[in-house]
Design a binder for this molecule. Sequence first.
Ligand code: CTP
Ligand code: ZN
Length: 161
Amino acid sequence: MSDDHDHHDGDEHELRVSKIRSGTVIDHVRGGQALNVLAILGIDGSEGEEVSVGMNVPSDRLARKDIVKVEGRELSQDEVDVLSLIAPDATINIVRDYEVIEKHRVEPPEIVEGVLSCPNAGCITTSGEPVDSRFEVLEDGVRCDYCGTIVRDEIAALIDT
Ligand code: CTP
Ligand code: ZN
């Protein structure tokens, strides 16, 4: 919460990305994952979306981190669940009136349902049947509960938009 703590994260003299008034800061995102965070949140630069992104900024906890600040928005549990798959060290900070009023680490769920789509064209979940996707979360990826397909590195590409 204190400004002096911010100094550990980088520049001695100024914040690299300005503070937000009210909304959500997704901090300690693995370097290189910010664009995937935007994809998960469905942020595409439409009018009315006020978003700041820092990429590969210095961090005390990670070598380099990405950070995404979304004004005027809180995240759903589904969104946080999927974020945890690509940004396992992320913290979600809820800001109101410029203050962080809530901070929590993301936690990978055991199962994600209805938010990722199976890359296997022969899977029942992609065949037009009314079956919701269902993936088991592994240490290093996800596995389709219906066909067993395992995806490790390209999880962000499975996000239903
Ligand atoms: N933040 C922001 N706008 C605010 C308040 C905070 O953008 N009005 C950002 C800070 O810049 C920081 C993150 O939200 O990136 C978390 O804020 P804070 O808890 O104050 O920082 P730290 O104590 O450094 O967080 P942590 O211990 O999680 O690293
Ligand atoms: Zn499948």
